[in-house]
Design a protein around this ligand. Sequence first.
Ligand code: PGA
Length: 250
Amino acid sequence: MRRKLIAGNWKMNGLKAQAKELASAIFAKAGADMPFDMLVCPPMNVLGFVSELPHAGVFVGAQDIAETIKPNGAFTGDVSAEMVKDLGATWTLVGHSERRQYHGETNALVKQKAINAINTGLTVVICIGETLAEREAGCAVDVVCRQTRECVPDEATAENCVIAYEPVWAIGTGKVPTTQDVAEIHAAVRNELVKVLGAEKADQMRILYGGSVKPENAKELLNVDNVDGALIGGASLKADSFFAIAEAVR
Ligand code: PGA
């Protein structure tokens, strides 16, 4: 039985005061007895500060890490997996479509980051998803299978790795795929994971859905076969809507 994961990606939102308010509200509502896992990914400027607040029952993660495996060195502007861990985070996202779109991140680079995360002891959420053009061209399944094949490293297990399927056209747009489309993609990704990692690891690995998840559509999406949780952007910026989505798991 895969335990559901409710993950919040704050993106580039959160000055210290706002981050403190949001994190405190989330951590106050959370508890170790929740029937699901919860993760928040604040931006780097407040990552250390958020992870130092008491956060029983909630994991804290980064939104990205450096490509280099080196823990430190001449990489201006980069933050290594080691540094993220030193800030108190235990998870990181990699390969979010905004990183792929605005920073030209390729599958090979995303895989390297995933390896760095795992080798440093962080749990990694590898994000994949097709663009609107790819969906309209009928190749969404091919795209996500290829991303799975090319981004998921051999060292991935259900304990150190989670996949997040986020159709690019659904992120921040209010549009969501049909539950049939979500089911089709999640089944295809699971099948690809079997080829990459073997049946046992593939069966245990969580595959999240992300893209315009809201309290109103959470129950429907979280009940689709092979959907093991949600990666939430906009609706994770308010403790109430974040928890209203999480409540759909109960
Ligand atoms: P959204 O973002 O929930 O605002 O659509 C999801 C994401 O990008 O992770």
